[in-house]
Design a binder for this molecule. Structure first.
Ligand code: MTE
Ligand code: MO
Length: 353
């Protein structure tokens, strides 16, 4: 893993470690934390469901697992900071980790539908948002506070949002939210709250720092240090994105046929096409897309290109099923917190005889 920080632990897999498997191995899945990893006892853990509900619930893990129908769903999580390094090449972003292509991974999650749990509590008509609270206290927040987030109630009621205890058929590892985390497919990773202890139906979005202040897209000329809560755009639904996983940046390759592999992800829209270019976009070939592992999973893609002698840039861009394409340049996307870099993917290689 490429470790950006040990306390809190933030690490991403090297790009080519993601290239071979549609479902990422547990020890390869990226880790994004804002505080120390809690060690919760699954036997005493309880989930409180409250707020705009007819009757609040307090569920043990065994109750969560037995009262509701278990579901298995393959879904990709992508941090809003994925590919931030590309924005930092445009202009520095102090205080944020230079995530490369690997702040994205895919797992097969086992859990129950959040919608089923909310139905059991009797979701009230006044509820507009569903907030999640966790016990990990982040000193990065102002003031220091436990991690939290929220999603609109329409998303919370969609069948794909899970309260998950399993990852690739194993119990969730502590680093990924044991005993139970939220999985919000198609939203930025920040909404998939780990170590979840409380689900609250409410009229307003969560006022937690990580919903109200962080994970917001500020205008390029604004100063996030002076931005107040609710300034900028709240990030939720992911934009179409793709990156090249193999070959890797700076690699020397034999002249001739080379396989290029990467991922593309577009959340609820789905990936329609991936184009790859050896001439910075003057001409393109279409990559072969692997079958997706489900509607909420990324698609790995591959194509074979003829690498010439000398330096060459391999460029890739994805289109989603709404015909949106990635923007050409990170320059157009630069923002002070460095979120949502979905510009064209580029890898420089050298062809050698
Ligand atoms: N949940 C809690 N409780 N604390 C956190 O720091 N980080 C969020 C989200 N859930 C976080 C959290 C962010 S920003 C991301 S991208 C994902 O978890 C990362 O999940 P992972 O570490 O399992 O990859
Ligand atoms: Mo994230």
């Amino acid at each position: 893993m490429i470790v950006h920080q040990t306390e809190p632990y933030n690490a991403e897999p090297p790009p080519d470690a993601l290239a071979d498997r549609a479902v990422t191995a547990l020890d390869t899945f990226y880790s994004r934390n804002h505080g120390p990893i809690p060690q919760l006892d699954p036997h005493t853990w309880r989930l409180r469901v409250d707020g705009e509900v007819d009757h609040a619930l307090s569920l043990s893990l065994a109750e969560l697992q037995s009262r509701f129908e278990p579901r298995v769903l393959t879904a990709t999580l992508q941090c809003a900071g994925n590919r931030r390094a590309g924005l930092m090449e445009v202009r520095d972003i102090p205080g944020e980790a230079p995530w490369g292509s690997g702040a994205i991974s895919t797992a097969e999650w086992t859990g129950v539908r959040l919608a089923d749990v909310l139905a059991a509590a009797g979701l009230g008509a006044a509820a507009e948002h569903v907030a999640f609270a966790a016990p990990d206290i982040s000193t990065l927040a102002e003031p220091s506070q436990p991690y939290g987030a929220s999603i609109p109630v329409t998303k919370a009621l969609a069948g794909e949002v899970l309260l998950a205890w399993g990852m690739n058929g194993e119990p969730l590892p502590a680093a990924h939210g044991a005993p139970v985390r939220v999985v919000v497919p198609g939203y930025i990773g920040a909404r998939s709250v780990k170590w979840v202890q409380r689900v609250s139906a409410q009229r307003h979005p969560s006022n937690n720092y990580f919903q109200a202040t962080a994970y917001r897209l500020h205008a390029a000329d604004s100063d996030p240090a002076t931005a107040g809560p609710y300034d900028g755009l709240s990030l939720g639904v992911v934009a179409v994105n793709a990156d090249i996983l193999r070959p890797v940046e700076g690699q020397t390759l034999p002249v001739g046929a080379t396989e290029v592999t990467g991922y593309a992800f577009a959340g609820d829209r789905g990936v329609a096409r991936v184009d790859v270019s050896l001439d910075s976009g003057r001409s393109w070939v279409q990559a072969d897309l692997d079958e997706p592992s489900g509607p909420w999973a990324w698609r790995l893609w591959r194509t074979t290109l003829e690498v010439p002698a000398g330096p060459t840039v391999i460029t890739a861009r994805a289109w989603d099923t709404a015909a949106a394409c990635q923007p050409e340049s990170a320059r157009l996307l630069w923002n002070p917190k460095g979120y949502v870099n979905n510009s064209w993917a580029r890898v420089r290689v050298v062809g050698s005889d």
